[in-house]
Design a protein around this ligand. Sequence first.
Ligand code: CLF
Ligand code: SF4
Length: 294
Amino acid sequence: MPAHIWDKVKDHPCYSEEAHHYFARMHVAVAPACNIQCNYCNRKYDCANESRPGVTSEKLTPEQAARKVAAVAAKVPQLSVLGIAGPGDSMFDWRHTSATFREVSKLMPDLKYCVSTNGLALPDHVDELAEHNIDHVTITINMIDPEIGALIYPWIYFKGKRYTGIEGARILHERQMEGLERLTEKGILTKINSVMIPGINDQHLIEVNKAIKARGAFLHNVMPLISDAAHGTAFGLSGQRGPKPAELKDLQDKLAGGANLMRHCRQCRADAVGMLGEDLSQDFTLDKIPEAPS
Ligand code: CLF
Ligand code: SF4
């Protein structure tokens, strides 16, 4: 691996399987707004692109988020990455996302920054991502064929207008590809999350893997759809099952030789704190972190 890339992945627990044994990440839930509807999303909970449905996060202001990051850093010395993964979309809610990075960088200039997005608003912010030194961007890409996209996304909201069906899915697809290409040109590392939905996009993810590899994606993370029996079904995918572990493994084996696969994802919540697979979020709720100095 070239040295300039190794430098960006060596202490990022999601981008390096090795690093996840030694480094921790935290998310701050500062971005509630979203500009698309995924059929697997339940808007009462966190963005299912990077998080488990069925858990809500405490929404923070950028200033509260910065205090929380400082409190975690004081108690979790392995903390190396701050991610914004919802509960909505970090790029559509760019005002909250960018204000948070600004506030945090005043207190913690050495932290790595990471964002996760559905990609629709991404091309509008690539230059600013580079200016904020954000080296890691995750895009959730579930299809490259708008006919399949129409089964996953009932609508998108783009430049003041709502688009539905194949037309909406085509715009989303074009914006995702444009965003990925522009991030690659800027040297920003990208990870693509794909939610595997049996019978809808499972075999199609082989084509997705080829398309993202061709556009320079660093990692591909195929995540199983988590069906949310306890809270009612996700929007529009009533009764849809998630893949069995053997089906996920079978798909991952078929993807070998394509874009590099991430296999250690723990599908974190939008306010996760700690090593991957560990959840300290309840130790750092707002009532437990120090007040702002007056
Ligand atoms: Fe968070 Fe995502 Fe950044 Fe990691 S999580 S924004 S890339 S710092 Fe990691 Fe969690 Fe999987 Fe995401 S294990 S859900 S891949
Ligand atoms: Fe929900 Fe999809 Fe928006 Fe995430 S991107 S909040 S899963 S609709």
